[in-house]
Design a protein around this ligand. Structure first.
Ligand code: ZN
Length: 437
């Protein structure tokens, strides 16, 4: 297993790579500004006098550093704590003997807060490593390499704007199955950017079959008020996603152990042939391709160094003559899945349309943006930014001129949480690899 120091070095190497990005602009798409041929004459006339002008574009893959690490000493401490609590709860009659024959069906362990409107919020950045003892070999449940050395859980990163999401409490951790809380730990710092040997904040839930789910890296002070010995139901709030412990950014490390304490990867696949089938009630696809967010803004995102929230420049209200930046944030973008982009005016007419397909096979996380000048003569009213991707049409509404009625709900903005001056800030939240389309 790679040591902590080795991982730090690896992180530094990626920082160097990141800086190529700033100087690299790459046009990724064939773009057609203005109306498409199928428009009516009337709308073509309107659109023709108000052609949108593409002025800049960019984006690419975002590679988060390896997500986390529990040292052997930290694992031993957790296991001793759980054993002691389980002994105490069993003696008290709170815990019954495990019903080992009854396999649990796990629900998705995250949920968006009420009022969160983006179509998604996460990307998988590391599955369980099934060949932890073979150096330089990474094997996830599907025999792919989407893991890192010795990783024992599933890392579900927030994407995009992980620190903004953490500050806003956008994503909650929910119990994947009914059970009893057999351990909890809170009070540890929650803004880790690297492996700092801190302990994490976590909740541990034992299910009826004796299996135990570990929910790690929680935001400090966000844990459920339920204590050790309390029952929780599937879907019940356990805490907020954070970056406590050895962690490189806000994410959930979800780890599962069977009733004998053996590590269990809940995903079934050719390198993890589970006899009873997947432990997920509905196992997501290996490539769970989707767009997490469509955004309009006053300019490209200003990505900040960990752990600062990004300056998103998000806006939905504009005026004629403004420059508007359109951006998208994908998880599991594949080169077999083209995207079709459209900007529609208030009359439904298409003012710009383009398509995009990446050349590399897969990006776990990616972001793309295009800035258009909207001329002073542009139609006012409610506009739409649409993307067709993987069988779904995503739509985002923005306004030019007077706000439409009812007045759109303001977009919540995250505030930066103060952090010590000596806090490590040695890399950006993701390394953007310049890559040819
Ligand atoms: Zn992890």
């Amino acid at each position: 297993m790679m040591g902590v120091e080795g991982m730090r070095n690896s992180t530094r190497a990626r920082v160097a790579a990141c800086c190529l990005l700033a100087a690299t602009t790459f046009l990724v798409i064939m773009l057609m500004a203005g109306p498409v041929a199928s428009l009516t004459t009337a709308s073509m006339t309107t659109a023709g006098t108000t052609r949108l002008q593409l002025v800049a574009s960019g984006g690419g893959e975002v590679v988060p550093p390896d997500g986390d690490y529990l040292s052997p000493a930290q694992r031993a401490e957790i296991e001793a704590m759980l054993a002691a609590n389980i002994g105490m709860l069993t003696a008290a009659g709170t815990l019954t003997q495990p019903r080992a024959t009854e396999q649990i069906a796990l629900d998705w362990p995250l949920a968006a807060r009420d009022g969160f409107t983006d179509p998604g919020y996460h990307a998988i950045t590391g599955f369980v490593d099934h060949t932890p003892d073979i150096p330089n070999k990474l094997t996830d449940y599907a025999c792919g390499g989407r893991t890192y050395s010795g990783h024992k859980g599933t890392d579900i990163f927030m994407w995009p704007f992980a620190w903004n999401k953490m500050a806003a409490g956008d994503v909650t951790i929910a119990a994947a199955a009914d059970g009893v809380i057999v351990g909890r730990r809170d009070g540890n710092p929650d803004q880790s950017c690297n492996f700092n040997s801190n302990s994490w904040n976590a909740v541990y839930v034992r299910h009826a079959d004796g299996s135990i789910a570990w929910y790690g890296h929680m935001k400090r002070g966000s844990l459920t008020t339920r204590g050790v010995g309390s029952m929780v139901s599937a879907g019940e709030y356990l805490g907020l996603v954070g970056s406590s412990g050895n962690s490189t950014g806000p994410h959930l490390h979800f780890e599962l152990h069977d009733y004998q304490g053996q590590l269990l990867d809940p995903y079934i696949g050719s390198c993890n042939p589970l006899e009873g089938g997947s432990w997920w009630a509905s196992q997501p696809n290996y490539y769970d391709s989707a767009i997490n967010k469509l955004m309009t803004g006053t300019g490209p995102v200003s990505w900040k160094a960990c752990p600062l929230p990004d300056d998103t420049n998000e806006a939905i209200q504009f005026q004629p003559g403004d420059r508007i930046t359109f951006s998208t944030y994908y998880r599991d973008q594949l080169n077999t899945l083209p995207s079709l982009y459209r900007i529609r005016g208030p009359n439904g007419a298409i003012f710009a349309q383009w398509s995009q397909t990446i050349k590399p096979a897969h990006y776990a996380l990616s972001q793309w943006w295009w800035s258009y000048d909207f001329p002073a003569s542009v139609m006012t009213g409610t506009w739409r930014f649409e993307v067709e991707f993987n069988g779904r049409t995503y739509s985002h509404t923005f306004y030019v001129g007077e706000p439409a009625t009812p007045t759109p709900t303001p977009i919540p903005t995250a505030t930066a949480t103060p952090f010590p001056d000596d806090y490590p800030r040695n890399y950006l939240p993701g390394v953007m690899r310049p890559s040819a389309p």
